[in-house]
Design a protein around this ligand. Structure first.
Ligand SMILES: Nc1ncnc2c1ncn2[C@@H]1O[C@H](COP(=O)(O)OP(=O)(O)OP(=O)(O)O)[C@@H](O)[C@H]1O
Ligand SMILES: [Mg+2]
Length: 255
């Protein structure tokens, strides 16, 4: 189980993450929602061990992740919001590097890389340099590299970014399948209709503070709203979207 307790992160005097608490049990998929700048990626950087919190703790299977980050990193898979893939490596070389860093035995690494490249339609491109990949091809390599060591916890920050329709549909079903296998999944996204379909639980953040946390059904019935989108708009939306759009059009055409 991943247990996040009283998490606070301050870059300046205003906290970017302000007393956030949640838990993810095996088989659960937590949707992590919030407007731009609400603290989602900051939370991701803390729960992946890339950044230290100002206060609070992240416990994995009861242990503080910062006590043994190397072991923790071997049991998590992470798809970042913005990837730094080595452009001069081929897709296969990158997966081999990741697999070795995660101590995957050679034969198993070769087998998994081969089958995942096939399944993500990347096999024909495996020897091509990453610099020549399209955005969606890079994203597929990132997804494979997050899965290749069969991690217990998956952390996705906008994982559908750049994926085409078919790959996105496969990914949604993949999240279902992984949760049925007992994986814990943290799913950070703005795409509410996908979150509503794939997540068992949801947390909504605004300006670093947790506005709501529970199952999707809990939130819908608590707020007496028909959809997650309606709940989100009710809790978070600060502007009249139609008015804002018209104001932008007016500004663009103004002389
Ligand atoms: N390295 C940093 N240094 C200073 N401030 C930062 C840094 N990273 C993020 N912030 C600030 O922290 C706040 C939360 O940023 P964060 O990237 O976590 O938001 P987010 O919810 O992921 O947004 P988005 O939906 O745009 O990806 C923002 O006000 C941002 O400006
Ligand atoms: Mg972000």
């Amino acid at each position: 189980m991943l247990d996040v307790r009283s998490l606070v992160k301050c870059y300046s005097s205003v906290p970017a993450v302000d007393n956030v608490n949640f838990a993810i049990h095996p088989g659960q998929v937590l949707g992590y929602l919030g407007p731009n700048g609400s603290g989602k990626s900051t939370t991701v950087k803390i729960i992946t061990g890339l950044m230290e919190p100002t206060r609070g703790q992240v416990l994995f299977q009861g242990c503080n992740i910062r006590e043994d980050l190397a072991s923790y990193k071997r049991v998590i898979g992470y798809v970042p919001e913005e990837a730094n893939l080595y452009p001069f490596l081929s897709g296969l070389e990158y997966l081999e590097l990741v697999g070795r860093l995660r101590d995957l035995p050679g034969p198993l690494l070769t087998k998994r890389a081969g089958s995942l490249l096939q399944l993500f339609s990347m096999h024909p491109h495996r020897h091509t340099a990453i610099s020549a990949y399209s955005k969606g091809m890079r994203q597929r390599i990132l997804l494979i590299s997050a899965l290749i060591h069969n991690p217990d916890l998956l952390i996705f920050d906008e994982p559908l970014s750049g994926l085409d329709v078919t790959s996105a549909l496969i990914f949604r079903k993949l999240v279902d399948g992984l949760s049925r296998e007992g994986k814990m999944i943290f799913y950070c996204s703005h795409v509410l209709e996908v979150v509503e379909k794939v997540c068992t639980h949801v947390t909504i953040l605004q300006k670093g503070k947790q506005l709501a946390c529970g199952t999707i059904d809990d939130l819908r019935s608590f707020q007496a709203m028909p959809s997650l989108e309606a709940v989100f708009s009710h809790l978070v939306q600060e502007v009249d979207t139609e008015e804002s759009a018209q104001a932008i059009v007016d500004a663009v055409i103004s002389t």
